[in-house]
Design a protein around this ligand. Structure first.
Ligand code: B3K
Ligand code: ZN
Length: 884
């Protein structure tokens, strides 16, 4: 397996000005004819042309109409090399492929009854010989033909230019995309699909046809995606001045898909799980996911398609920026603080772990073996945090100027993250040279803050130190430029902030919130005229992706919860109080006596009493830190101890707050008509968090409440929340009720694949003893399908990522236990779908962070995998780097 380096980047030897494809789909085989109008890149020496191609059967090859004899080209397993004799020429090839046999779900493949493509990052080379790299941008014309009755719908990028009938019951459609694009944005769909239509009038008055293609049975579940699309189009015009640029925008829903969705020009292809939504089958989280993913893919039309990446090391250029854009969109559609809490939780639970593990990489990596392994939380979520820091440093107006300049300067180009930052520097005059370390250094900086108050001088000093642990690509880190947003909390409220070199009169009236720019390894900030010793409110809104270390007392944290004006920091303080309780429980040990510090329930009681508190926020505050987040705080991870400690705190809280929980649950369960607006979603989430506590050790009456909610629910959120509360409860009666409810649920929903997936995932997460047996049974279930990524993620991903007691059960021999189960599954999947197999490896890669017994057991599974002769490059990269 070869490593690719950023430093080796070179422009291609040839450009492809025009790409004309003819894709003729037959049952069992497809023929692809390509006509490439090519031109030598004069800035590159050497005339050799190396075309990418994988798994293609070459049937014909010609230059300028002259067939090439075999000695004119060399065919390797993934490259076809030749040396054209002229600077400009037309290269024609015809290849045969077998989409029906393509289980990698990359290139052209078949999903149920339809043919579809997935080309990012390097899938186009599985369709035809090409320069499959993002800096080769071409004008595409695609003619698709297929049997008319089996594939009545034929789609590709751009606008339809011609369609008609052919002999033998076949038909064709020709599409032309007027925008030059790299091959990774190519798409083609052929199948028996129904569609929902709508339209959008852009800011300049252009009418755009909007079409969502689904299987006939799903026509009723497209409305939410369509509304989300229209909102996204409008938001991008208003917020970024970006107008859509084709006459038609299409979305196609596909059941078998490796990820969420793909932003192909004018023809987005989506996992059904990210398009289809209806109240009875889709949870509130599902609705929000559809809205977010539709927006994300739509926003790529500018941040990704019009301006694309020069090479795959620049992936965060489009992904980080687009995640930032979709996150701001969601914040504008719902609650800003709630969205921030969700994003930060994801980052801290999963991205921080990635950044501390063997696959850690900067948001602009400098090398990779298999690019598919780099569609990571680091590239996406940390990448978005870096863009967010830039946006905050510049402020809204300058940032908008910066994005305008970036889009204008680079429209139609394939560029780098440096180009993005340069636009920001040019509009603001700011120096981003130190900030660049965010792009080229991996690892999560630890920000340690100590404070001192001098009563006589009325001076308050914050001393901030940063340290970033070593990561595989770099042992010693240069200091980062860290924006630290903060305030100071006094007895009566927030204090005015005056730094050493400032004059109070020059400062704005509301002067209680500040961004300190931390640039050195250790740095002090001195505040003047501070009348009392304050409690610092630090890293407001999570202003930088760092681990904050300040020695808060529990009383400090209570003060922040009660008095801080910043919603995010209040949430954070509650989480820290929970963490303190969990640490107490861990210190008490398994059999030890654990007493819940009374300040935590006291804080919650006062929050229950605050009528003005956003219910969604409160629901998050009531949710204990995830096990993954707790694990991130430990020097050595003992997963069972974490699980036990978290459960103990949950039980103790359930007892201490029984009255408030029940009262709130009852108050929120009075019948209101279903609606998917932010307020109703908030209400359901608070109600269902209360239910999950109440079900910890439920009375018979509480269990009845839960069963009633399950049986009478008119929406999937309430229905599955009740089912989840039963399944996740350690109480025997609850578990018995869960068994009955699970089987009723399946009978009711067996025809709804996306609901069955939720049912699979829930059972995979069931913490009760015997989980391995249960997960193996699920794999044998009639509804399981080992070639459908959604099902794999639900069952195997659910078990390994969401079932601590069972996944981390060691078994008596190395062949038993959760890790061995995972390794076996990966081994089987790797032959079919390497991308999915490599993703599933994640929990094993963290082995070094675990206590010895776990660590050893994980490591031996990785070693066994490495021995496999046929390991894919995808898995090889992850396994070998994990063991290195
Ligand atoms: N750009 C695609 C991801 C492609 C993943 C390829 N392995 C979806 C997105 O980020 O919008
Ligand atoms: Zn994306």
């Amino acid at each position: 397996v070869q490593t690719v380096y950023l430093n080796d980047y070179q422009q291609p030897a040839y450009w492809i000005d025009k790409t004309e494809l003819e894709v003729d789909i037959y049952s069992g085989e497809t023929f692809v004819r390509s006509r490439l109008t090519m031109r030598k890149n004069s800035s590159i020496e050497g005339a050799q042309l190396d075309l990418h191609g994988e798994g293609l059967e070459l049937l014909e090859i010609a230059i300028d109409g002259e067939p090439l004899s075999e000695e004119r080209y060399v065919q390797g397993p993934s490259v076809l090399s030749l040396t054209p004799e002229t600077e400009k020429f037309v290269l024609e090839t015809k290849v045969r492929i077998e989409p029906e046999q393509n289980t990698s779900l990359e290139g052209l493949y078949r999903s149920r009854t339809m043919y579809c493509t997935q080309c990012e990052a390097e899938g186009f080379r599985k369709i035809t010989y090409y320069l499959d790299r993002p800096d080769v941008m071409s004008d595409f014309t695609t003619r698709v033909s297929a049997d008319k009755s089996r594939c009545p719908v034929l789609l590709s990028n751009g606008n339809l230019v011609e369609a008609g009938s052919l002999d033998n019951g076949r038909h064709f459609a020709t599409w032309h995309d007027p925008h030059k694009k790299p091959a990774y944005l190519f798409a083609l769909v052929a199948g028996d699909l129904a569609k929902v239509e709508d339209s959008f009038t852009t800011c300049s008055g252009k009418q755009v046809a909007l079409e969502i293609f689904v299987e006939e049975k799903d026509l009723g579940k497209c409305d939410h995606a369509m509304q989300s699309l229209k909102k996204s189009m409008q938001w991008d015009e208003q917020t970024y001045g970006r107008e859509y640029d084709l006459d038609i925008f299409m979305i196609v829903a596909v059941d078998d898909f490796n990820m969420g969705a793909m932003e192909n020009k004018g023809l987005n292809i989506f996992n059904t799980s990210c398009v289809l939504a209806s109240p009875t089958t889709t949870t509130d989280a599902g609705f929000q996911r559809v809205e977010g993913v539709v927006a994300h893919e739509y926003f790529h039309n500018w941040s990704g398609n019009r301006v694309t990446c020069r090479d795959w090391f620049q992936l965060s250029l489009k992904e980080g920026f687009t995640v930032y854009r979709d996150s701001e969109f969601s914040a504008d559609m719902g609650s800003r603080t709630v969205k921030r809490v969700e994003d930060v939780s994801l980052l801290r639970t999963h991205q921080f772990a990635e950044d501390a593990g063997p696959m850690a990489h900067p948001i602009r990596p400098s090398s990779y073996m298999e690019i598919s392994n780099f569609y990571t939380l680091t590239i996406y979520e940390k990448g978005a945090e870096v863009v967010r820091m830039i946006a905050n440093l510049l402020g809204p107006e300058l940032f908008r100027k910066g994005t305008d300049l970036y889009f204008e300067r680079h429209d139609g180009q394939a560029v780098t993250t440096e180009d993005f930052v340069r636009a920001m520097a040019d509009v603001s005059g700011r120096d981003f040279s130190q900030f660049d370390n965010w792009y080229n250094q991996a690892g999560t900086p630890e920000l340690t803050i100590v404070d001192a108050y001098d009563e006589n001088a009325r001076e308050y000093t914050l001393t901030v130190s940063q340290y970033t642990p070593a990561t595989p690509e770099c042992a010693v880190k240069k200091p980062f430029h860290i924006p630290l947003r903060m305030g100071l909390i006094g007895e009566a409220g927030e204090l005015a902030l005056t730094l050493a070199d400032e004059i109070a009169e020059d400062l704005p009236e509301d002067n209680t919130d500040r961004v300190l720019e931390v640039t050195q390894t250790t740095q002090s900030f001195v505040f003047h005229n501070v009348p009392e010793k304050p409690v610092p409110s630090l890293l407001r809104n999570f202003s930088a992706p760092v681990k904050l270390k300040y020695d808060y007392s529990r009383d400090d944290l209570c003060a922040i919860v009660m008095r801080d004006s910043n919603g995010f920091t209040r949430y954070e303080a509650v989480q820290s109080l929970c963490m303190a309780a969990i640490n107490d429980a861990m210190a008490a040990g398994e059999g030890g006596r654990f007493v819940l510090d009374e300040r935590l329930p006291r804080v919650y009681r006062s929050l229950f009493a605050q009528a003005e508190l956003d219910q969604a926020m409160f629901a998050y505050m009531l949710t204990l830190p995830a096990e993954g987040y707790i694990a991130e705080q430990q020097s050595e991870i003992d997963p069972q101890a974490i699980y036990q400690a978290r459960s103990k705190v949950k039980s103790a809280l359930a007892q201490a707050l029984a009255g408030e929980l029940e009262q709130t649950y009852r108050a929120l369960s009075v019948d209101v008509e279903y609606s998917a607006d932010a307020e109703s979603i908030a209400r359901r989430s608070l109600k269902n968090v209360c239910l999950s506590y109440l079900m910890d050790q439920p009375s018979d009456a509480t269990l009845e409440l839960c069963k009633t909610q399950f049986e009478t629910a008119t929406n999937m959120t309430d229905e599955i929340a009740a089912l989840t509360a039963m399944v996740m409860s350690e109480n025997a009666k609850a578990q018995a009720a869960a068994a009955v409810a699970l089987s009723d649920f399946y009978v009711k929903w067996r025809d709804e694949a996306l609901v069955v997936n939720q049912w699979f995932a829930l059972q995979a997460r069931n913490p009760a003893a015997g989980g391995l047996k249960r997960v193996n049974d699920l794999l044998q279930h009639e509804a399981y399908d080992s070639s459908n990524p959604n099902k794999i993620r639900a069952v195997i991903g659910g078990f390994c990522g969401g079932n601590t007691p069972n996944f981390h059960s060691l078994g008596e021999t190395p062949e038993q236990g959760g890790y061995a189960f995972l390794a076996q599954q990966i081994q089987q999947l790797d032959a079919k779908n390497p991308q999915i197999a490599a993703r599933l490896l994640t929990p094993l890669t963290r082995w070094r962070r675990y206590a010895p017994a776990y660590s050893q057991a994980m490591r031996s599974q990785l070693e066994a995998l490495l021995e496999m002769p046929s390991l894919s490059p995808d898995c090889y990269e992850v396994v070998s780097k994990s063991l290195a």
